[in-house]
Each structure stands twice: as C-alpha cells, then as structure tokens.
Ligand binder design. Structure first.
Ligand code: S3P
Length: 428
C-alpha cells in the first residue's frame, strides 16, 4: 500500500462554500454492489462511491459472476443466472461492511468462499456475524474459532431464526437479513436501537418484504423469486460531509452548504449534536427515493459542551470529527455507551484521545467513551492516522485552526478520495 501524508495550514479567512461533490454514501454503495446480485436483471447505479472499500465490494460481485460495466458515470451490474463459486479469495480490503454483509449473503449460497481483508480488517471481530449465522446452519470458520478473517464460508441451506442482537449494528442486522431472505421460512430480528436501515429500505424497494412489527422486532420474509433490479442515484455520504460540517462549525464566520445528502434519521444524528452545541444547522429536504434526501447548511457559532450517550449507533462514525468540535467548545463534553468505537477501523477511543493529547487537549478516558474538557486552543501536532480514514480526516479538519501534519493518509481513499482537494478549496 502507498504511504501518503497531508499537511494542513491554518485558515486565514472564513469560507462560505457550497459543496456538491462530496463522496457518495459508502453504506449504500456497498449494498448496491451486493443487492444487485439478488435480481435477474441489470441494476443501474449513478454516483456509486469510487472509493477503495466499495470498489472492493464491486470486484467481489464480479468474482461471483456479475458483469460490471462502468461508463464513468453509471455503473451497470448484470447478475449471473446463478452466483458461482469464485476461483480465488474475496478481498474486502478495509471494509467491515463488505466482509460482514457478504458473510450473510454467501452463507446461503452453495459453494466455498474465503473472505479476507487488510491487516486492520483481519483484526476486527467477526463472531458477531459468524455466531448467529452458524446457529442457523452456516458453516463458517476462521482464525480464533471464526472470529477473525480470513473467514471460510461453505454456503448452503439456512434455517429461519428469531434473533435478538446484543449490539445495535447495521452490519450484523444486514448480514442476518441477507441470510433470512434466503431461508424457506419467516425470520425475526430485533435490535435495541434501530441501526441504519438502508438494507431494509433498499431490499423492500426491490420487492422484498421486510417489515417492522411489534416491540422492535423486524419480520424478514423469504424471497421466492428474483428481486427487481436497483435503479438508484447514490446520495452524498452524510458521514463524509460531516467533516466539512465540523469545519464550518469551528472556523469563525464560516458557512457550508452540503448538497444531496441522505437525510435518513439514522444517519444525521451528529448534525443534531452539532446543533445542540450551538452551531446553526438547516435541513432542506429535496427528494425521497428509498430514503429522504436533501441539503444541510452549517454555520459557525460559539460552541458549548454536550453529553452524547443515547442513539449512539446513529452517530458512531462521526464521533472522531465531533471530538474536534468538543475540544474547542466552551465547556466539557461527555461521550458514553460508545464501546463499539473500540472495534472500528482502529480503536477510535484510543486513537482520538492520543491524537487530542498531542494537540494539547485535556480529557478523561472511559472504557466506553471519554470526557473532553473543552476550552482548548488546539496546537499543531504530527498525527498518525492509525490507518483509519476518519481519524486522518478529523485531525486534518482540526488543522484548519492551527496547522497539522497527518501521516499515513492513504486510508482516506477507502471512503473519500477527493477529501484533500475539497479541504484545499476552503482556502479560496
Ligand atoms: C455500517 C454500519 C456501521 C458503521 C459502518 C457502516 C453499514 O457499523 O459504523 O461505518 O454500512 O452497515 P456497525 O453496523 O458495525 O455499527
């Protein structure tokens, strides 16, 4: 893998900018690649995220027999008549979503499949999907008794299930939904807080029948015939856009208009927190296709501290960027119930706090979160990304206040290839 660094200079004047070319949604793009395999006709996808993670998912779709055509604008995915056993291992790169969702999909397909990934993904927990999938008959093995990739999956007939997940995870839910729709009988899944629901929305849009019933349970009905193809324009990723939301919130007199985001409530909670901290945030709904979509405008204001301890799954990816806003807020902030941060692309509690320490920010670490004292004047530091795109981008944004060197930034390519270019454009 290439090794890159970024040096960010302090902004000398505020910006007021409209950004309409932030990276497309990663979660939705992964699902486009995978779900198109469940149809018998070609799916057409506009604005597919051309980041490393999602290109890996597309390549896997191809290795399973799909024909992928890319005219530079629209990607057309034509599924094979029957998904075939690939002749090589399937490399998910850095993508937990890729590995966990493909595990659920492939568990129900006849054949032998090996899912692997980069050194970071190979150290992340897979038991959360392997265990419930094994319980319904999937044959999955891997290092540490199937907890660590490479995972070997021998797919085949799956039983239906009733599963109450101990974690609120869209990856686990999606893996189980993909398994459930391939079984012969109705399955049920429950999570304590609704995690991002792109899988349910998109599969239902394709003709599946996945519905919320009483008491937080989701009913997953088997699919008896191929689904309709997807015809979708992938919206902008609100998690990627959030770096620029934080930029506008922390730079005095700044304003940003972020165009064409998914406004799915399970994805924009971090913007609500920024609003609660004092930033001016405006939501403009413009469309509704599978998901509500529109623009978000964020304007600078004095920021206060905040407590973040509920709806954690709705802002888990944005917590590193929020930690920058929390550092300069006028009072302390607390993040609790966020232990999941420890098993993301890096241990994000350690990575955020180690990096804040280098920037002169005071904090207290908890097992499931942290307290950030606030009122800090950030100082220039050399930040190691820990191979984690969201750490790299969060501290690049902090650099707008004080100069910053970020090392090992190749990981940004996984989700937001034009991040640096957009960061530069704030200077104009
Ligand atoms: C994702 C779900 C979340 C999120 C990840 C993408 C998805 O992970 O952190 O970046 O696309 O389903 P978990 O479901 O493991 O919480």
């Amino acid at each position: 893998m290439e090794y890159k660094n970024i040096s960010v200079e302090k902004l000398v004047k505020p910006f007021n900018i409209v950004i309409d070319n932030i990276a497309s949604d990663k979660s939705i793009s992964h699902r486009c690649a995978m779900f198109s395999l469940l149809s018998n006709r070609s799916s057409t996808i506009k604005n597919y995220l051309r980041g490393e993670d999602t290109m890996d998912s597309l390549k896997i779709a191809q290795m399973l027999g799909a024909k992928v055509e890319d005219d530079g604008d629209i990607i057309t995915i034509t599924p094979p008549k029957k998904l075939s056993e690939p002749s090589d291992i399937l490399d998910c790169g850095n993508a937990g979503t890729g590995m966990r969702l493909y595990a659920g999909l492939l568990a129900g397909i006849e054949g032998s499949f090996v899912l692997t990934g980069d050194k970071y993904l190979r150290s992340r927990p897979m038991k959360r999907v392997a265990d419930p999938l094994r319980d319904i008959g999937a044959k999955i093995d891997g290092r540490e008794d199937g907890n660590k990739a490479p995972l070997h999956i021998r797919g085949g007939k799956l039983k239906s299930f009733k599963y109450h997940s101990p974690i609120d995870s869209a990856q686990v839910k999606s893996a189980l939904i993909l398994a459930g729709i391939q079984s012969d009988e109705v399955s049920y899944y429950k999570e304590n807080l609704l995690s991002r629901d792109h899988t349910e929305r998109m599969l239902n849009g394709m003709g599946a029948n996945i519905k919320n019933i009483e008491d937080g349970w989701i009913e997953i009905n088997p699919i008896t015939e191929p689904l309709k193809p997807l015809n979708i324009t992938v919206p902008t990723d609100p998690s990627s856009a959030f770096f620029f939301a934080v930029a506008a919130a922390i730079v005095p007199k700044a304003k940003v208009t972020l165009k064409n985001l998914t406004l799915n409530p399970t994805r924009i909670e971090a913007y609500k927190i920024l609003e609660k901290m004092g930033a001016k945030v405006t939501y403009i709904k413009t469309d509704d296709l599978y998901e509500p979509m529109g623009d978000i405008i964020v304007e600078h204001n004095e920021l206060n501290g905040v407590e973040v301890s509920t709806n954690i799954a709705w802002l888990i990816d944005e917590l590193p960027a929020l930690s920058i806003a929390m550092s300069i807020a006028s009072s302390s902030s607390i993040v609790k119930n966020a232990e999941e941060l420890r098993v993301k692309e890096s241990d994000r509690i350690s990575a955020v706090l180690n990096s804040l320490d280098l920037c002169g920010v005071k904090f207290t670490e908890y097992k499931d979160g942290y307290k950030i004292d606030g009122n800090s004047t950030l100082r220039k530091a050399t930040i190691d990304s820990h191979g984690d795109h969201r750490i790299a981008m969060s501290f690049a944004i902090a650099g707008l206040l004080c100069d910053m060197d970020i090392v090992d930034t190749q990981c940004i390519e996984t989700s937001f290839p034009n991040f640096e270019e957009l960061l530069e454009s704030l200077k104009n």
